[in-house]
Design a protein. Sequence first.
Length: 256
Amino acid sequence: MASREAESTAARVPPVGTLAFVDAGKDVEGARVEGRFRARDNRFRVTVEVGGRLLAAHLPCSGRLAELLLPGRRVILARRLGAGRKTGYDLVLVQDGEQWVSVDTRLPNRLVAMALRDGRLAPLTGYDLVRPEVPFGRSRLDFCLEAEGRPSCLVEVKSVTLLIDGLGCFPDAVTERGRRHLLELASAVEAGYRAVALFVVQRGDAQGVRPHDEADPTFGRALREAAKRGVEVYAYGCRVEPDRVEIAERLPVLMA
């Protein structure tokens, strides 16, 4: 089944850039720069060594990432030129052994939006309209899918980077917001909606996904309860390379 549902939707990283290339005056949005991780300065800021120089970069992930952000790890930065930024780069990829891992938690929503548009997520095909950032209850859920003659489908996407014994584990820290989203999805089912929790593992070496009860048992209980109340739970892996990230095969979700 996995081979039939393999996805080819990709979020491409622009052509390779180097620090010298940037310094030469060709300062291109999204240009890729490779370096070595040095330190996490705070929740959203890191220091990376590139060509013997230390650069500050934004970390687009609030998770702990303790198993990934180790001094000396190869990383890839993306050049960012937006006005008002405190840093000129985003840290987007980290190498874990031979595996590249995407640490940009904004990316799964983009990948899912593209896949939904192209009808590439088998459990979520047949909808004519995809609306992002939909308010429901006390939350904003990632997508609402609509089609004539079908119940609207609310979808909440969760980014997974942590791997334990071959399984992607979510979350890597306590997430009250994540638990609340599951409760909202369960309430939506009772109100007549279809509701889906969709885990996207931003690495290519996961064999499945499970709730990380060791980090947040409350989330794990909420996920199991939501599933019992009718929330559908799916997971997809990703192929991650230095120049591209794409949704790949569907993965099993282990609830036991």
